[in-house]
Design a protein around this ligand. Structure first.
Ligand SMILES: [Zn+2]
Ligand SMILES: [Zn+2]
Length: 269
């Protein structure tokens, strides 16, 4: 956007473009704050409620690496030896706006906190839906392996944080405007003074959130499931966590297919 082009606030947008208002989706902002979350609490980077009979996941990538103390040298790490790290844990009671699969009330995400040759950024995230009461009844894994020195990149390790989930409305970023809206947008919102186009700026919430629209900073890249359905946005992790050069990590799933297939995307600054 050329300098001097005024930005449209969400309120302006709702007034000016009724069809934009129609694109509102409910989201829950997770608002992480550094703290000491417990294993029965929703958290970012906190301890996960993990079943005793399920081995902790390790990253299976062969080519992941981390920067050593000398940034010109990198250290290669043997595949299968690096534990993933806890990223997110959400209990249904804390995010009533997020629909959980039947019988499930706990969502967990882990990922490998190293860098990966072909996909720079945090890769190999894994996502789990669980039932809290079942996990508790079966007992918790007593020893959760912790990534040791050299087994993670600090940028990919969130500081343990408690969450204060807050529901709000979310709007698409310019990357997700439907074609018909986009086509009429430019002529309507070309600034008479600078010639630049005014795009929505503060209406897509760039934060770690459940539901709503992805907080893409690059062109949208929605995954399809194997059944050919465009997946729904499930989670965005961004903003309030350092991700190196990574803009955000976005999770999607398809609720039309059995087994609730899911996928993820990331983008870069
Ligand atoms: Zn890895
Ligand atoms: Zn599907």
């Amino acid at each position: 956007m050329p300098e001097g082009t005024p930005e449209l606030s969400a309120k302006d947008l709702r007034t000016l473009i009724p069809e934009y208002e129609g694109l509102a989706l409910a989201t829950t902002l997770l608002n992480p704050e550094p703290g000491e979350p417990g294993v029965r609490e929703s958290s970012l980077g906190g301890p996960l409620l993990w079943p005793a009979d399920e081995p902790w996941p390790y990253c299976a990538q062969e080519d992941h690496w981390t920067f050593g103390s000398d940034l010109r040298n990198t250290t290669e790490i043997v595949a299968g030896t690096v534990p993933t790290v806890p990223i997110l844990q959400l209990f249904a009671r804390d995010v009533p706006g997020l629909e959980f699969p039947e019988g499930k009330d706990l969502l967990q995400v882990v990922w490998c906190a190293l860098n990966h040759e072909h996909d720079p950024g945090p890769v190999m995230p894994l996502l789990y839906w669980r039932n809290e009461a079942e996990v508790v009844a079966g007992g918790l894994l007593s020893e959760i392996p912790v990534a040791g020195e050299g087994e993670y990149d600090e940028d990919h390790m969130p500081e343990p944080s408690t969450l204060s989930p807050t529901p709000t409305d979310d709007y698409p970023s310019r990357h997700d405007l439907p074609e018909d809206v986009r086509d009429t947008w430019e002529p309507r919102f070309r600034s008479p003074t600078s010639g630049g186009v005014m795009w929505p700026s503060d209406s897509n919430v760039i934060a770690t959130k459940a539901g709503g629209w992805p907080a893409w900073i690059q062109p949208a890249d929605w995954p399809d499931c194997d059944g050919g359905h465009r997946m729904e946005h499930l989670l965005t992790i961004t903003g309030d966590i350092q991700l190196g050069d990574c803009g955000g990590v976005y999770f999607f799933h398809c609720r039309r297919c059995p087994g609730l297939p899911w996928d993820w995307r990331f983008d870069c600054h």
